[in-house]
Design a binder for this molecule. Sequence first.
Ligand code: SF4
Length: 351
Amino acid sequence: MAVGCAASSRRSERMNMTDTMEAAPLVEVRGLVKHYAHRTGPLGWLTRKAGRTVRAVNHASFSIARGETLGLIGESGCGKSTLGRAVLRLHEPTAGKVLFDGVDITSLDARELKRMRARMQIVFQDPYSSLNPRKTVEQIVSLPLQLQGGVQPREMRDRVAFMIESVGLKADHLRRYPHQFSGGQRQRIGIARALIANPAFLVCDEPVSALDVSIQAQVIQLLENLKRERGLTYLFISHDIGVIGYVSNRIAVMYLGEIVETGPSRSVLENPAHPYTQALLSAAPQVDEPERKRNRIELRGELPSPLDPPAGCKFHSRCPYAQEICRKVEPRAVEIGGGQSVACHLYPVGL
Ligand code: SF4
């Protein structure tokens, strides 16, 4: 999806929404770390023995206000999905805290976490592999209610039928199997499954990237409508700056496991501060602000491996502004005004 005029008017609308949001965040992530042992490849056993570690997420901190959409953007493989799953404790964090509605979910036992899960759900990227092909739509969508327990069969049937119609499918689809649906319809089933237990918070993990472009807008609009009707809060993950610009109130930019910039959507998109954010925007087609206003940076080379990340600033091997200090010292996030913060030595602490 291109960043265009429609996105610009959406951003104005969202800025107003942001102004009226309640102050207390629904989700607070503090210093979240997710490292795991390297297990893939033919020599996986050997590297594991050698103690190699994938540093997927490093000290990520951010908060999401009630009713807000925080867009998490970055290249494929930068750790966005791992972060989204760690926020829900679908991946156990290595360190750090996640506060959901004031409760530290990283300290909950299995039973308490199961209760909390009803309020925090995920829409997966791939609508083909995320639905059990041997289950009917009714079985798939009702699963969170079955796990939650305490819902009578009659009520469960009614709620599932209502939910499936809320996502634009029909009650007679409930007896069918996933292979009988298109990609867009399957993602609607995944959304119905995520929402059936009335969650307050949804991690949308690249929910449209596996879909045809013509279907993407429909699914995004569905998520937007459901958010408005149900008062939901989203962490919306995508590698597509156009999608992120369209859906987000605020944006967090991730590079090699680290959050390098956060801020209100308009500020980040119109005045990107971090060289990596500038590079992402330079690569986006049809950006609506005049090109002369933006620093054009071509993103060269590949994302370094999280098995062997560069020292200092993780972006220094690709950054045209890299200085000596960037190769040695990791930059800390600093506030640069207007709610925007950036981790880059071009913006010294105490600026
Ligand atoms: Fe570039 Fe240095 Fe800033 Fe990293 S800290 S983004 S290398 S200028």
